[in-house]
Design a protein around this ligand. Structure first.
Ligand code: SF4
Length: 276
């Protein structure tokens, strides 16, 4: 499989493939995943307890072939990965984030062909979600894209700093767009109870350390969702390293009834208290 993908993308090589070699072996350093043990003749099947890197394409549940505004100043295409570790009551992509299996899988061959054929006039590829850092094998997906020579931006909520660090060290991602949801004390409400004040602070402080060391690799955004005040935004600005400014995004309410602001016991999510 990897051999075929390699030859597929080798028409345009990225400048540097050194640290990426390990992906060729099918090992995913981000999930520490291993391949399922081979079944020997006569041996009953063993259940695979870890993820297959090749399965990353199963998480691709959305593709936008052109965006002029997602990555400021660039024309990009966008790959959407299903699944998210947060439950923000204000989420726009709740179906993708919380119920990706209700969306069809997309044809990887068609997406790869699109990116390969338009690599000359695209300025980059955005990987977004949901939350891409929780998708097992996201590094392999990015590695495949990087072989076209296109830079990659990844959106993240910053709650998996260890994944961000791995991607950063391997030079797989060119820019991280990190969404800071609000001041620490409102994190639980802003994320549907998914993240505590302390966890948010700990995780994002690790991201801020990386941004201090590699300022060109990060930018930070905060969406002015209902319930966030000017003081809250000022607090978020103060969290950032002095090298960075906060981009404030306007909140556009989703075109639906705010079902996800109601309590959902199945999801163990309390009522969102940031939606008017
Ligand atoms: S981080 Fe929040 S807003 Fe973003 S996809 Fe996840 S639940 Fe939705």
């Amino acid at each position: 499989m990897l051999t075929r993908l390699t030859s597929f993308f080798m028409k345009t090589r990225p400048a540097r493939l050194g640290p990426l070699r390990r992906y060729r072996a099918g090992r995913d350093p981000f999930t520490k995943s291993i391949r399922a043990p081979r079944k020997r003749a006569g041996e009953p099947g063993r259940e695979m307890t870890t993820s297959e890197p090749a399965g990353i394409w199963k998480y691709v549940r959305g593709f936008e072939n052109m965006s002029l505004c997602d990555w400021p100043g660039r024309t990009t295409c966008i790959i959407f990965l299903g699944g998210c570790n947060l439950r923000c009551p204000t989420c726009h992509n709740h179906q993708l984030a919380w119920d990706m299996h209700s969306l069809p899988e997309l044809d990887p061959t068609a997406i790869k062909a699109y990116i390969r054929d338009r690599a000359a006039w695209l300025d980059g590829v955005t990987i977004t979600g949901g939350e891409p850092s929780i998708a097992p094998g996201v590094g392999e997906l990015i590695w495949e894209i990087k072989k076209t020579g296109l830079p990659v931006k990844m959106d993240t909520n910053g709650m998996r700093p260890e994944v961000v660090l791995d991607l950063l060290r391997d030079n797989l991602v060119d820019t991280f767009a990190v969404d800071v949801k609000g001041p620490w004390q409102k994190y639980s409400a802003l994320t549907g109870g998914a993240v505590s004040e302390l966890a948010a602070q700990k995780n994002l402080n690790r991201i801020f350390e990386m941004a201090t060391a590699r300022p060109e690799m990060f930018y930070f955004r905060c969406t002015r969702v209902p319930g966030l005040t000017e003081n809250d935004l000022a607090a978020v600005r103060n969290y950032l390293p002095p090298t960075h400014e906060l981009t404030i995004q306007k909140y556009v309410p989703p075109r639906r009834t705010p079902e996800n602001a109601k309590p959902n016991h199945e999801e163990r999510r309390p009522a969102g208290n940031v939606v008017n």
